[in-house]
Design a protein around this ligand. Sequence first.
Ligand SMILES: Nc1ncnc2c1ncn2[C@@H]1O[C@H](COP(=O)(O)OP(=O)(O)OP(=O)(O)O)[C@@H](O)[C@H]1O
Ligand SMILES: [Mg+2]
Length: 291
Amino acid sequence: MNPVKEVNIPSLPLLKRGKVRDIFSLNENLLIVSTDRISAFDWILPDLIPYKGIVLNKIAVFWFDKLKRVIENHFITDDISVLNLEGYEALLDRSMIVKKSNPIPVECIVRGYLAGSGWRDYQKTGKIIDYKLPDGLSEGSKLPEVLFTPTTKAESGHDENIDFHKVENLIGKENARFLKEKSIELYKTAHNFLADKGIIIADTKFEFGKYQDRIILIDEIFTPDSSRFWTADSVAAGAPMDMDKEFVRKYLLTTGWDRNSPPPSLPLDIIKNTSERYKKIYEIITGKKDF
Ligand SMILES: Nc1ncnc2c1ncn2[C@@H]1O[C@H](COP(=O)(O)OP(=O)(O)OP(=O)(O)O)[C@@H](O)[C@H]1O
Ligand SMILES: [Mg+2]
């Protein structure tokens, strides 16, 4: 199957091309199509990752169903035949119809383990944002408690860490507490589910939106784009194996790329290996072998 770079549907208005998803308007709903684009460090990379969009879409569908008891989410259906679009085989398996919401401009990050920017901060300051951590932790260490470390949601450029008071000021105390509680509950529920399958969710990111009079979960959840997944065996052995986008970030950090100019191409073996990791984590999460 040819990787999908972008999707055009003349009969539907294109609302937005995100870094990864193309979003079309369906009146009060949205059609979200996950392409095979990959982004890292706020850039869209020049290469496509085969099957990536299908994996992202199917993993998100799996979790939206599984976690709907924790909080209402935007998912309506991934059966796009209801739209009667002709000739859009390329959309199959990579599209979902969702409730259109008003996104809340906070990225809700939850961390259970020391990784990524949290690990880099800890090495410099002994803290993650304003949470003081015990001495002697290493990359991959389990944190003493699950942390909520929100950032701004920048339209372009880098998201910035914000403390909880800032979130309260932005969206009100009650909403801020709701986002924090739901984010932590979602993380713990999914973490426990995957722990039984030998996978650790090191950290993850959620977005929420206002829908009618309530706050619902939107965007993508517990995908290898929005989460860090490690095999439990590799963590036990002291060398966490990334089953997600971190594999690509780590490659890019070896290239000397300055992150301020267009990113380099990925070698073929990195593209293949990334595609395999995405397919593998899909199989582990869902228990299905679709590829
Ligand atoms: N139900 C929804 N209602 C309104 N907007 C939504 C909904 N679900 C997701 N979105 C928005 O759709 C966009 C998804 O696009 P995408 O993930 O490709 O872009 P991105 O976030 O810019 O890139 P990246 O995820 O790589 O950082 C996000 O801006 C997200 O806030
Ligand atoms: Mg996104």
